[in-house]
Design a protein around this ligand. Structure first.
Ligand code: SF4
Length: 257
């Protein structure tokens, strides 16, 4: 047990297996996690109660820090492969998210035109037009799909609403062939509820959902970092590879990380 928070808005680039030299953009607070999910495996810890005072960097603060940081690392000859929205929670909850995406695309074009702009999102706000349009603009909208059945999705990702995976898949599809799916496989127990998203039932249902979305790529991985609860089990590389192969036989590009 033990968790990790980024203490800056712009950080890196850090070496990433998925994104290369990845410049991190954290639109969330620097000292606690802010998210509309509360995944049992979240490396940032548990989501705080909704009455917690929220302080986010303003658009102007992000814009100034972002450009100053790019000027500095460009002058130092630092390579950047990806501008990656990640950090201490869910980036799309920032009220200026669409505007900050436009800013990041412009800064990318100005300073690192070959870099991708990637957003790691849990996809929960994709039903909002402004968020979906912003995700559609970026090069890599990487959206979470952590189960095949709603029961397991609710035990692992713990949304507060009754949102279904079918509903998410219908909206994910609207990002056409750009969307990338990310799935974390694990098994474990929390507060007496057991879950395992690698069972035959789960994997078969998950493959059907992925086929419906028709993503450009699927990123498969398991636990790598500290989690807020101890009773979680990582999935070995052979099992992840087996799941990846099953998906590829269905004609969907997939990789294990
Ligand atoms: S969606 Fe991401 S940030 Fe939010 S709780 Fe889950 S793992 Fe953590």
């Amino acid at each position: 047990m033990g968790t990790f928070l980024f203490d800056k808005t712009i950080f890196g680039p850090i070496k990433s297996r998925r994104f290369g030299d990845s410049l991190g953009i954290n639109l969330l607070p620097n000292d606690y996690k802010l998210c509309n999910l509360d995944c049992v495996y979240c490396e940032c810890g548990w989501t705080l109660p909704p009455n917690h005072k929220i302080e986010l960097p303003s658009y102007e603060e992000v814009a100034e820090e972002f450009e100053n940081y790019l000027i500095k690392i460009k002058a130092e000859g630092v390579n950047v492969d990806s501008f990656t929205f990640a950090g201490n929670g869910e980036p799309t909850v920032h009220p200026e998210f669409p505007r900050i995406i436009d800013l990041s695309m412009a800064l990318r074009d100005k300073y690192y035109p070959k870099a991708n702009v990637a957003v790691l999102s849990n996809g929960l706000l994709i039903n909002k037009d402004g968020i979906r349009e912003a995700l559609h603009k970026v090069d890599l909208p990487v959206l979470k799909l952590d189960a095949g059945t709603d029961k397991t999705y609710h035990l692992i990702d713990r949304p507060k609403t009754k949102r279904s995976l079918e509903y998410l898949a219908e909206h994910y599809k609207k990002l056409a062939d750009k969307v990338v799916i990310q799935t974390l496989f694990l098994r474990g127990e929390y507060k007496g509820d057991k879950f395992d998203n690698t069972t035959e039932e789960e994997v078969s249902a998950w493959i059907e959902l992925v086929k419906k979305i028709n993503p450009s790529d699927v990123m498969i991985y398991s636990l790598e970092r500290d989690t807020p609860t101890d009773n979680l089990e990582t999935i070995d590389a052979d099992k992840l590879e087996e799941i990846s192969q099953r998906l590829q036989k269905e004609g969907v590009k997939a990789s294990v990380y």
